[in-house]
Design a protein around this ligand. Structure first.
Ligand SMILES: Cc1cc2nc3c(=O)[nH]c(=O)nc-3n(C[C@H](O)[C@H](O)[C@H](O)COP(=O)(O)OP(=O)(O)OC[C@H]3O[C@@H](n4cnc5c(N)ncnc54)[C@H](O)[C@@H]3O)c2cc1C
Length: 404
């Protein structure tokens, strides 16, 4: 084999692509593997711009891939962090009902969590809530002890280091620009030349639908970017939050509602909201990509989604543009918080697959086409579940791409 020929190529150096690559190098050490990442280092997009939460699996529909892979993935992530000395903390969290009209949904979450095999879930009243989170306010809360926090950028760096130490190659600053399918191999054209392989796995996150089309496949969905914006609590007020305080989520959306997260660094952030981003990598309001925007607006599913969710979208935009409104949403959970306690924080952009009928794809979605496997919808909790997503995808690839 020449230097440009591999057995497997993975496009995307985020937590999912690297999770898959780690599994390939562990399970098939004799295969030549290449990860192609367009940025100058791994985890530059979703995987390095998230809340850092090791989700427990309480939210997801029993039997769904999200539920199965999150519960086992969380345990695997905690073990991975422990083994490789990556900062993490299984601090638990509280999901707080601020109103009696949220109680039925809170109870539903408890039942989901039980059905998904979580242990230690407990519904508590306001007094016990105040023992756990002295400044939180609610009529009832669900305690989820297995939730934790870590730093997924650090996790990705460790995945990449292990992949390299096992003989795999992670090429950064290499943009995949074209894909040709030949009789016995797939050629990936990149900014650094062409590479070929017997099998290709598309883990391109916010661009996974475009890579899928590049490979000649119809993804059947469009990736719509939703920015999540954070505020940080000032260091003097970070003590208002001990661990993680979440609201009861609106079941119509895949997003969890603005919440408080104490990160492994001790910094506490508030957010993220969910606003339609005008560029797939649009981290600020001013980031606009004509190509990305035109693609979203030309997609019929976008308009159908907008028709279904316009009220909520306007609310999210208003909260994004108005700090007092953002603060009011947070005060439901933490009445003492004020505008002066928050300073602008970072942001991340979620890759959310939307169907032509406007439905937001809820579960993880992967599909194989010939010797190519596309990972099309891996929103939260995919960072948590990345090790077991890696195992699942490599098993699919072993079956349908005949990796051996
Ligand atoms: C605001 C926010 C908060 C979140 N919070 C959590 C959380 O607390 N817990 C959790 O489990 N999950 C969370 N998530 C979800 C989690 O971060 C994602 O599910 C996960 O990072 C997806 O990983 P990925 O590898 O698919 O995508 P990415 O990390 O986006 O990686 C895709 C990579 O593909 C590369 N790429 C794209 N096109 C090309 C190309 N043409 N050539 C080469 N490379 C290319 C990109 O540069 C990128 O690095 C959150 C996400 C966001 C945005």
């Amino acid at each position: 084999m020449t230097d440009s020929r591999y057995n497997v190529i993975i496009i995307g150096g985020g937590v999912v692509g690297l999770g898959v690559a780690l599994e390939v190098t562990g399970r098939f050490p004799h295969l030549r593997l290449l990860v192609i990442e367009k940025e100058d280092r791994v985890a530059r997009h979703q995987s390095g711009h998230n809340s850092g939460v090791i989700h427990s699996g309480v939210y997801y529909k029993p039997g769904s891939m999200k539920a199965r892979l999150c519960v086992s993935g969380a345990a695997a992530m905690v073990e991975f962090c422990r083994e490789h000395a990556i900062a993490h903390n299984v601090c638990g969290k509280v999901i707080v009902a601020s109103h009696s009209d949220e109680l039925a949904r809170l109870e539903e979450l408890r039942q989901r969590g039980d059905a998904n095999g979580l242990t230690g879930l407990r519904l508590i009243g306001p007094e016990e809530l105040r023992e756990i989170e002295p400044h939180a306010n609610g009529v009832r809360a669900l305690v989820v002890p297995s939730t934790g926090v870590t730093d997924y950028a650090k996790v990705c760096e460790k995945y990449a280091e292990l992949i390299s130490s096992r003989g795999g190659t992670v090429r950064t600053s290499t943009v995949a620009t074209g894909i040709r399918r030949l009789a016995n191999e797939i050629v990936v054209e990149t900014s650094q030349g062409a590479f070929s392989a017997g099998a290709l796995i598309n883990c391109a996150g916010l661009f996974s639908d475009r890579i899928s089309r590049m490979a000649g496949d119809d993804p059947g969905v469009m990736i719509v970017p939703f920015r999540g914006e954070y505020y940080d609590l000032t260091p003097e007020r970070a003590s208002l939050v001990r661990a993680l305080i979440y609201p009861v989520p609106d079941p119509r959306f895949p997003f969890l509602g603005v919440h408080f997260t104490r990160r492994v660094t001790g910094k506490v952030d508030a957010g993220p909201n969910a606003v339609f981003a005008l560029a797939r990598e649009g981290y600020r309001h001013s980031d606009i990509s004509v190509r990305d925007l035109a693609a979203s607006l030309a997609f019929p599913g976008f308009w159908r989604m907008a028709r279904q969710h316009w009220r909520n979208a306007i609310e999210e935009y208003r909260r994004s543009l108005s700090k007092p409104m953002f603060v009011r949403a947070l005060q439901r959970l933490l009445p003492e918080i004020g505008e002066g306690d928050l300073i602008p924080g970072g942001s991340g952009v979620r890759a959310q697959a939307v169907k032509p009928d406007g439905t937001l794809v809820d579960d993880f979605q992967f599909f194989a086409s010939g010797k190519v496997l596309h990972v099309l919808n891996v929103p939260s909790p995919a960072a948590t579940a990345s090790l077991v997503i890696g195992k699942t995808i490599v098993q699919m690839a072993a079956d349908s791409l005949e990796l051996s």
